[in-house]
Design a protein around this ligand. Structure first.
Ligand code: PMV
Length: 322
């Protein structure tokens, strides 16, 4: 049976994606920018032509909801597809705000198209991955990545592209982990509620494009202070829009605030660094390679666990099953 295995790294958004202009096609209301991160990865094997559709996730059968999402994406790869067995594993906590869906759907579409003998471009892969999870559109690429919102109703212009490659800038992303458990509200549900009920949502959408163009320039000039200020502004505005939803979409825990205050005090000591937060309580801190040890030590005093990540490469085919 034709099979292929792919590996993809998760990405963390520096300028956030929150809200959809088309829910069915997963088209974003705003552009976003991310950094692809190693060594965390998802490894996925797709085997076509088996007796029944099956999804094995992290060593066990996946939930019906997960399976529905995965096989819906395989239907887009080939609408007359044979049944498939998908085996996928993350080497980091699933669904804890560490973007496991970003690496998951990127690895899935690369393995599925390769096993089907297709040779899509990176942009086509990004469009396919976007249908599984918006942020997965960015994990097809390595390094510094932008996902354009696009304007076309069919979404064919809403894909990611590489701003700068993995070796452009020697930075680190220090992840302060407070809670490895599943998130309280899925990003899909959180976005829907924010969009439908938050009076701040229109202001968030209006402010995001400028964040993206300024962050792109800061990345190209390797300006950590400028990029850091934009990162925190984007995360705060996204979370402000969520908090104003009804009922509120609140991912923060006390530890999240302690980590943010730690970052502010590191900056006061002259160490350039900046935080971001996604749909979970964990805080991710961007800094230059030379300051990562001190940043990690300081965050280690307030977090359950700290992990130092480096810029990661694009999604790629690998040998051997997941
Ligand atoms: O791709 P999704 O549906 O898991 O949404 C990701 C949302 C955030 O992580 C909060 C922001 C982002 O741009 O990744």
């Amino acid at each position: 049976m034709p099979a292929a295995t792919a590996l993809a790294h998760p990405n963390i958004a520096l300028c956030k994606y929150w809200g959809k202009r088309d829910r069915a096609l997963n088209l974003p209301s705003v552009p976003s920018i991310s950094l692809t991160l190693s060594p965390f990865s998802t490894r996925t094997t797709v085997e076509w032509g088996v007796a029944t559709d099956e999804l094995i996730m992290n060593g066990g059968p996946a939930s019906a909801d997960e399976a529905r999402k995965v096989f819906a994406v395989l239907d887009l790869v080939d609408s007359w597809r044979p049944r498939a067995r998908v085996v996928t594993a993350n080497d980091f906590p699933t669904a804890a705000g560490l973007a496991s869906s970003s690496s998951g759907f990127a690895a899935l579409v690369l393995a599925a198209t390769a096993a089907a003998g297709q040779k899509p471009s990176a942009e086509q892969l990004s469009i396919l991955a976007r249908r599984g999870s918006g942020s997965a559109a960015r994990s097809i690429f390595g390094g510094w990545v932008e996902w354009r919102a696009g304007e076309r109703p069919d979404g064919m212009d809403s894909h990611a592209w590489e701003i700068q490659p993995v070796d452009w800038w020697d930075v680190r992303m220090v992840v302060a982990i407070f809670d490895g458990g599943p998130k309280s509200i899925s990003s899909r549900e959180g976005m829907k509620r924010t969009q439908e009920t938050s009076p701040y949502y229109p202001a968030w959408v209006a402010s995001a494009p400028l964040d993206v163009s300024e962050a792109r320039a800061a990345i190209r000039s390797r300006d950590i202070e400028k990029l850091g200020a934009i990162m925190e502004r984007s995360a705060l505005r996204m979370h402000a829009s969520m908090m104003a939803a009804d009922p509120p979409v609140l991912y923060w825990k006390s530890g999240s605030v302690w980590a943010q205050e730690t970052v502010t005090s590191l900056r006061k000591k002259g160490i350039p660094c900046a935080w971001t937060m996604d749909a979970g309580p964990n805080v991710k801190v961007l800094c230059e390679a030379g300051s990562a040890a001190e940043v990690a030590a300081r965050l280690g005093a307030v977090a359950d666990r700290v992990q130092v990540l480096v810029p990661g490469g694009p999604a790629r085919l690998v040998n051997g099953p997941a």
